[in-house]
Design a protein around this ligand. Sequence first.
Ligand code: MRU
Length: 344
Amino acid sequence: MRAIEWDEAVRCVRLLDQTQLPEREEYLDITTVDALVDAIRRLAVRGAPALGAAGALGVVVAMDEARRDGWDAARLEREVDRIRDARPTAVNLAWGVDRVRAFMGSGPEAVLAEARRLAAEDEAANRELSRLGADWILARTGREKVRVVTHCNTGALATTAWGTAYGIIHELHDRGVLGLVHADETRPLLQGARLTSWELTQDGIDHVVQADGAASSTILRGLVDVAIIGADRITANGDTANKVGSVALALACRRAGIPFVVAAPSSTVDLATATGDDIVIEERDGDEVLSVGGVRNAPAGARGFNPAFDVTPHDLVSAVATELGVVEPAREDDPRIMERVAAP
Ligand code: MRU
């Protein structure tokens, strides 16, 4: 199963529509910028590394559409910018667009080739960071079976393949050292209950889904040995933006004395941003909070507050694993610590 891929016969980006999971496995064939921007905003495709691939392949879609509809160069640039800006927090989206943009002068096939390289690199990075992250967690916890809490969805659905935080969980499972996984349901759009549980079920991994509000108590009661999350943007000092609710796990981990681990490919590291104070947090429609599964449950007139992400300060981050290594922001307090595990 791939959340995102290029179909050469149809000449489209094919997306597994994540808004329909787990009830239906439906695919969207994306051939226009409008359709891609809509899919990104509705979270039909989501998760930082998958957004990087969507951005890169989206430039091919835009170039094909420009040829079909006779756009001039300025219009094409504006449409590519619309893809780049469709969601603000995950740095991978802009990164993916910018990486292939440099090839636009050489035509759509050159852009497509670079987008495919980007996707292949993402899968390799996820597998390597999963090995490194699992090694670090086993060494730090000293457990024979590691019990894990995770938040949101970070598996194959959120990436080009394999996963980040989920990749580490999968790696621990493959090594026979994984205990029970607690997957946060992840309000308001239930990426944990709908998507992570779906992936864990398919992979035969023993898990429970818990309300987000249960996570800190699960940690303080000693029911897990580590929290592992993904990231949408990691700034130079190790501050980490991820799905709203993540920082509650970090605070509880500090109190409980267990590690809080961030897993991400180096494409999620944003060295141009010094600290989390400068991260733009996407604010989504308040109605998403006032309903569950599209059914409204708040009284008429209630207003929702719906930041999609939060920032965990680096002093609460025990480790960040990328494919280039593991750093320990909480221990070192180095304002440029992420340079060591970011692409040169
Ligand atoms: O709003 P989403 O579903 O795109 O948020 C996704 C997350 O917060 C993930 O944890 C993050 O992008 C890492 S995915 C490997």
